[in-house]
Write a protein that binds this ligand. Structure first.
Ligand code: RIB
Ligand code: CA
Length: 319
C-alpha cells in the first residue's frame, strides 16, 4: 500500500537527498512539498523545493510556509553547512515553476481533513508549519496516519548546542506543541541519523548511475561533505533527512523506545528534547498526562545507506 505523504522541508542539502529518495521510492506518494525557514530563508527553501520538484516522475506541487518561528527570534541560517543558496553554493538555475497560491499550513489542514487516516506528515525542518496547523485545526491530530520528524537528540550530543538539534531549536515552541499533541509521532533524531554517513565516493557513484538527478546531488553534497570533514573530521556527511525517509520506507531498519517527549523552550538548554521512558513517573512535573511517542534509538546504518544509494542510483522510468 503506497503511503501518501506531505514533506515539510527546508532544503537544504540533506533535504534534497531525502526528497529525491522519496520521489524514487514506489512505497511513497509525495502529494506535496511544504516549505519552511531553517537551513535558508523560506523564500529560498521554496525556490529550492521547486527545483527539486522537477526531478519527480509525477507532479509534486510546492506550498510556501512560515518564514519565522512561533515565538523565538529567527535563528541565523547555517550557510556554513548548506551554503548561502542551500545547495552548497552551486548556483543551480531556478525553476520556472511557481509555488501554489495556497499557503503550506492551509494545504496541510485541507489534505489531512480530506483524507482521514491516510496522510503521513514528514517534517525535515523546524516544526513551525505543523505547530501552526495544530493551532488552527487541533482536530487534525486525530486524522493523520502518522507524523514522522527529523529532529531532536536524546542520548547523543546536539548539533547546534550540546543538547539541541537544529530543527528543534529552530522553533522550540512549535516542537513542544508537536511532540505533545495526541497524534502518532515518530522522532528520527541524531541518536540514529548521525550514524549514517554518505561520502564523495558514494555521491560520485550515484551521479555516474543516475546523471539526471545525480548531478545536482553530487555538486550540492561537495560543500556539505567538506563541512563535516573540516568541522568534525569525519569522512562523509550525516544523512539526517534521508534516514527519516528510510524510516517511512522500512521501519524495521530502526529500533524504538516509547515515551513522552518535552522540549525546553528557553534558557541554556533551549531546543533540548527531553524523553521520559513510558511508565516512568517523576516527582518533577512536565511529562505526566503527555502522550507516548516513538523515538528511534538504534539503526541498521549499513542497510539505510544501501537503500539510499540504491534508490538514488535507480530512478523510476519517466515513460
Ligand atoms: O539537524 C539536522 C537537520 O537540520 C536536517 O533536517 C538539516 O537539513 C537541518 O534542517
Ligand atoms: Ca532539513
Amino acid at each position: 500500500m503506497t503511503k501518501k505523504i506531505i514533506i515539510d522541508t527546508d532544503p537544504g542539502v540533506d533535504d534534497a537527498l531525502a526528497i529525491m529518495l522519496a520521489f524514487n521510492s514506489p512505497e511513497l506518494n509525495v502529494i506535496g512539498l511544504t516549505t519552511v525557514f531553517g537551513n535558508v530563508a523560506v523564500e529560498r527553501s521554496t525556490a529550492n523545493a521547486l527545483i527539486l520538484s522537477e526531478f519527480a516522475s509525477y507532479p509534486v506541487p510546492v506550498y510556501q510556509g512560515q518564514g519565522t518561528p512561533m515565538q523565538r527570534d529567527t535563528p541565523n541560517y547555517p550557510d556554513f553547512v548548506h551554503g548561502a543558496d542551500g545547495f552548497g553554493n552551486i548556483d543551480w538555475p531556478a525553476s520556472d515553476k511557481q509555488a501554489e497560491s495556497q499557503n503550506a499550513v492551509d494545504f496541510i489542514i485541507q489534505q489531512v481533513r480530506a483524507n482521514p487516516g491516510q496522510i503521513s506528515l514528514v517534517a525535515l525542518g523546524p516544526l513551525t508549519n505543523l505547530g501552526k496547523a495544530l493551532e488552527q485545526a487541533p482536530d487534525i491530530a486525530g486524522l493523520v496516519e502518522e507524523v514522522v520528524i527529523m529532529g531532536g537528540a536524546v542520548h547523543t550530543s546536539g548539533n547546534v548546542s550540546p543538547v539541541a538539534e537544529a530543527n528543534i531549536i529552530g522553533d522550540p515552541h512549535a516542537a513542544d506543541k508537536v511532540m505533545t499533541a495526541r497524534w502518532p509521532l515518530v522522532m528520527v533524531g541524531l541518536d540514529v541519523t548521525s550514524q549514517v554517513l554518505l561520502s564523495k565516493e558514494h555521491t560520485a557513484a550515484i551521479a555516474e548511475a543516475n546523471p539526471r538527478q545525480g548531478e545536482l546531488l553530487y555538486r550540492a553534497c561537495d560543500f556539505y561533505i567538506d563541512y563535516y570533514r573540516d568541522e568534525l573530521g569525519i569522512p562523509g556527511c550525516m544523512v539526517h533527512d534521508p534516514s527519516t525517509i528510510a524510516y517511512l520506507i522500512d521501519s524495521s531498519l530502526f529500533e524504538i523506545l516509547s515515551g513522552p517527549i518535552r522540549v525546553a523552550t528557553d534558557g541554556l538548554a533551549m531546543g533540548q528534547t527531553i524523553f521520559a521512558p513510558a511508565g516512568r513517573r517523576y516527582p518533577y512535573p512536565g511529562w505526566e498526562n503527555k502522550p507516548n511517542q516513538q523515538v528511534c534509538f538504534k539503526v541498521d546504518k549499513q542497510r539505510v545507506l544501501d537503500l539510499l544509494i540504491d534508490r538514488l542510483s535507480h530512478p523510476p522510468s519517466l515513460d
